[in-house]
Design a protein around this ligand. Structure first.
Ligand code: FES
Ligand SMILES: [Fe+2]
Length: 348
């Protein structure tokens, strides 16, 4: 299915963000993740639990059941499961049945996100969850409140949107206008499963956006506009800004602002999107945080409208004109191949 030439929709051996921490409470809720319904709640210790969301008896979604202590009782015939997914009671018979069990997803809570492992639980290694400090989370940077968006488009389109930030000046031109972001050639560096796309400008005229970030910004700034792809579940992007380089040395460091994007496939044609923005400057400026949060929501929604409009055309994939790429698409195409390799490597 577009954009892959392999007939598999999801990279399963991965941690993905399933929900915001604030979305998961004592009351079970569910969310469709990689095609499957996943039930999410917290046990009496406050630890998150993720189980398959359909009762294996007659497949009623378990969100329609109720909590009984730490267990979940199906709302149809009362079969009850513990936090390990084991059946502990079948009201119509003396003994529970081992054949009635739920898949238990390994879970980890990091920053304000709940991650689940969608591959074989035996392979779930929490060390594979990217270090959140790298993008300014769980440290002393400032982060805007975490947001959740439902995206009516396949996850790969969202990933590729982030690998080509030349779109910022056009799709988001009302908020951020900086010609350096599309005029500067992009370079790609790969390191194992991660890939960095960057546009480096040693000296260019500071934009309104730079002056908004740094009111004392000089006329000339140097910047790296980076997108760091950490795998199908997480990408972060943004500018690292300095005073313009002079006499062969880097100018004074001004600051870094990143947007962190956690992307989780819902179905082959829709996704969950969790985002926040971080910065290491003016960290105690509440008014700036508020403005940034508002702007970020507006910008994300512009992406979502564009991607949903494209997705709406893709159902007639066989009769669509072929996609034509330009040089700036190289990082997106590179990451497309990285993910395609992972899809090919996993069992059908
Ligand atoms: S469908 Fe859940 S107990 Fe029957
Ligand atoms: Fe965008």
């Amino acid at each position: 299915m577009y954009p892959f030439s392999v007939d598999r929709n999801y990279v399963r051996d991965s941690w993905y963000v399933a929900a915001l921490s604030s979305e998961v409470s004592d009351n079970p809720v569910d969310r469709r993740i990689l095609g499957d319904l996943v039930l999410l709640y917290r046990d009496s210790n406050g630890d998150p639990v993720a189980l398959s969301g359909l009762c294996p008896h007659r497949r009623l979604p378990l969100r329609l059941g109720k909590r009984v202590g730490d267990n979940v009782q199906c709302g149809y015939h009362g079969i009850t499961f513990d936090t390990g997914g084991n059946c502990v009671s079948v009201p119509t018979q003396e003994k529970p049945s081992e054949r009635l069990s739920l898949h238990k997803y390994p879970v980890a809570e990091r920053w304000k996100w709940i991650w689940i492992w969608t591959g074989d639980p035996a392979d779930a290694d929490p060390n594979l969850i990217p270090d959140h400090r790298e993008m300014g989370l769980e440290g002393d940077w400032e982060a805007t409140p975490p947001e959740y968006y439902h995206v009516a488009a396949r996850s790969q389109m969202l990933i590729e949107n982030l690998l080509d930030l030349s779109h910022i000046s056009f799709l988001h031109g009302d908020y951020i206008e900086d010609a350096a972001w599309y005029e500067t050639p992009v370079t790609i560096e790969r390191d194992g499963d991660r890939c960095v796309a960057s546009r480096h400008t040693p000296s260019s005229r500071s934009s309104d956006f730079h002056r908004w970030m740094f009111p004392d910004a000089p006329d000339l700034v140097g910047q790296d506009l980076r997108t760091v792809f950490l795998g199908p579940a997480l990408t972060y992007s943004g500018p690292v800004v300095r005073e313009a380089a002079a006499n062969g040395s880097n100018g004074r460091y001004l600051g870094t602002m990143y947007a962190a994007h956690a992307i989780t496939p819902e179905t082959p044609r829709s996704s969950h999107y969790f985002s926040t923005t971080t910065r290491d400057f003016r960290t105690d400026d509440a008014a700036m945080s508020e403005e940034l949060h508002t702007m970020d929501i507006a910008v994300r929604n512009q992406d979502l409208v564009a991607l949903a409009a494209i997705e709406a055309e893709l159902h007639r994939e066989d009769s669509l004109p072929p996609e034509v790429s330009v040089k700036a698409d190289n990082p997106a195409l590179y990451v497309r191949r990285m993910i395609e390799d992972r899809l090919r490597a996993q069992p059908a």
